[in-house]
Design a protein around this ligand. Structure first.
Ligand SMILES: NC(=O)C1=CN([C@@H]2O[C@H](COP(=O)(O)OP(=O)(O)OC[C@H]3O[C@@H](n4cnc5c(N)ncnc54)[C@H](OP(=O)(O)O)[C@@H]3O)[C@@H](O)[C@H]2O)C=CC1
Ligand SMILES: Cc1cn([C@H]2C[C@H](O)[C@@H](COP(=O)(O)OP(=O)(O)O[C@H]3O[C@@H](C)C(=O)[C@@H](O)[C@H]3O)O2)c(=O)[nH]c1=O
Length: 291
């Protein structure tokens, strides 16, 4: 069985490569950006038609949250139209698609873990383009799973854990927002869940497909608490100073509350991600070890 993953060099794709290496009966094919460029109409269709996968994971995306405020047309092309084209290309070869979306489709209201039936209302351009991407995937390929994840970190690419570790080597104190709460997620754990879902589907069990699920680390944290735990695990002595969002101005607005409930995914498939603090341990250990 052949699984095609777009966005070869991203955090989730590289985690899929690591977790999926040596899986019996599964061939993973990774599409690099030039070969399957979601910004180029027709590129995904041609690539998918050539590879003829049994299942597609769309892990490619425009993920620069602040930059998207001034590049929304490009972000829309990649995250909305491009995602729709990947899903349509999968449908054309009879393949189901697993598409990744984000907690930034929510407006940040709430004080209990969000469930998937909550109305979406993105605050920024990135979230808007991802919300539209969900719709385009649903329309283009009814045989889909949309997984909304959040606050993704890994030993790969760019992420908050790497930023915090880099800054901790340069400063004595770090100011980090304490009034945005969410669900830190290890891309490695997420990859394990994606592969489990894909294997079950390729084994012929399509129950639970055609739906949207949350797939994020269990528990919750503010960015400041996330940063403090990163420092604790890294053995760094730097002080994390909790601040308000207003004291850390950014071009894009971010949700104040985007803690995601994993109950629907667990109910449908009996799987989910573990506690975020535990999932962070191997990531921090690897990154500290690489220094
Ligand atoms: N990172 C996070 O915190 C979160 C991510 N998500 C979602 O999860 C998914 C995976 O995210 P993650 O792995 O972290 O993202 P990354 O930013 O690490 O990787 C995204 C990949 O997409 C590629 N890409 C960008 N533009 C294009 C394009 N035009 N055509 C083809 N490929 C392109 C990038 O290529 P290049 O390497 O050349 O830049 C990169 O390799 C995305 O859908 C994202 O929206 C959801 C919630 C949180
Ligand atoms: C670097 C830094 C950030 N912050 C704040 C800014 C922001 O509110 C929060 C996170 O900042 P970042 O810009 O690193 O993270 P951001 O790019 O907003 O991360 C998001 O990426 C996209 C792709 C998603 O889908 C989301 O789930 C989420 O993971 O931390 C500080 O308070 N202090 C700091 O020193």
């Amino acid at each position: 069985m052949k699984i095609l993953v777009t966005g070869r060099d991203g955090q989730v794709a590289r985690s899929l490569a690591e977790r999926g290496a040596g899986l019996a009966g599964v061939e993973l094919v990774f599409a690099a950006r030039p070969d399957c460029d979601l910004a180029e109409p027709g590129s995904a269709a041609a690539y998918v038609a050539t590879v003829k996968p049994d299942l597609v994971v769309n892990a490619a995306a425009y993920t620069a949250v602040d930059k998207a405020e001034t590049e929304e047309a490009l972000a829309y092309r990649v995250n909305a139209e491009g995602a729709g084209e990947v899903a349509a290309a999968a449908a054309a070869v009879g393949a189901p698609v697993i598409h990744l979306s984000t907690d930034y489709v929510y407006d940040g209201s709430g004080d209990a873990p969000l469930t998937e039936d909550r109305a979406i209302a993105p605050l920024g351009a990135y979230g808007r383009t991802k919300a539209s991407g969900e719709d385009q995937v649903r329309t283009a390929n009814p045989d889909h799973l949309i997984l909304r994840t959040a606050w993704v970190h890994s030993p790969f690419g760019h992420n908050f854990v790497k930023t915090m570790l880099r800054l901790s080597a340069e400063r004595d104190e770090l100011s980090v927002v304490a009034d945005q709460r969410g669900s830190p997620t290890s891309a490695l754990d997420l990859a394990g869940v994606i592969l489990a879902l894909a294997e079950r589907r390729l084994g012929g069990d399509a129950r639970g497909w055609g739906e949207t699920y949350h797939a994020a680390g269990a528990g919750e944290a503010s960015w400041a608490e996330f940063a403090a735990e990163i420092m604790r695990q890294a053995g760094a002595t730097i002080q994390i100073r909790p601040i308000a969002t207003a004291d850390y101005p950014t071009p894009a607005r971010r949700p104040a509350w985007s803690v995601l409930s994993g109950a629907k995914l667990r109910g449908a498939f009996g799987i989910g991600l573990g506690d975020w603090e535990e999932a962070l341990l191997p990531v921090v250990a690897r990154l500290v070890g690489e220094r």
